[in-house]
Ligand binder design. Structure first.
Ligand code: ADP
Length: 153
């Protein structure tokens, strides 16, 4: 996708407002938890605006997680995220980014609260079931990484 089209997609995402980006990680897809996780997301009041099943190459995972490239777990993270299919989604709700971070719970499942997606489905710090954007700006960049504006309804 050209940079121009990427920027148009980010603008579309920002204009829509109240959106966040998520993806169900490979281990949770492999363990048949797509239905369980999307049920929790919808029950918490999020509307699924875009969704697909796809698989990242190691290079694409590296690009997506580029902000973490100096962290010691970067190699492991890229390998894990490209190890099987994932389910990326764009979600809509008032206060989407913060409310979704609360719904997924802490990065380390040992610290995740009862009722959160990670408490129920995460296996470890790395295999923690689901991603959630940490800001409106990153939600726009990450949403545009996977979806064109024509795929967002
Ligand atoms: P979050 O996904 O909760 O925003 P981070 O942005 O800090 O967490 O990290 C991104 C992802 O990298 C995490 O969801 C997790 O899969 C992985 N990760 C973070 N810390 C570690 C670690 N210490 N060891 C292995 N993987 C990690």
């Amino acid at each position: 996708m050209s940079n121009f089209v990427k920027i148009l997609n980010q603008i579309h995402f920002i204009m829509a407002g109240n959106r966040t980006f998520t993806m169900i990680k490979p281990h949770a897809v492999a363990d048949n938890h797509i239905g369980g996780i999307t049920a929790m997301i919808e029950a918490a009041g999020f509307r699924i605006v875009a969704m697909k099943k796809t698989q990242l190459s190691a290079a694409q995972a590296g690009k997506f997680y580029e902000v973490h490239k100096e962290r010691p777990f970067y190699g492991e993270l890229c390998e894990m995220m490209s190890s099987g299919p994932i389910v990326p989604m764009i979600l809509e709700k008032d206060n989407a980014v913060a409310d979704f971070r609360a719904l997924i719970g802490a990065t380390n499942p040992a610290n995740a609260e009862e009722g959160t997606i990670r408490k129920k489905y995460a296996k470890s710090m790395g295999e923690n079931a689901i991603h959630g954007s940490d800001s409106d700006e990153n939600a726009a960049i990450e949403g545009a990484f996977f979806f064109a504006s024509i795929e967002q309804y």
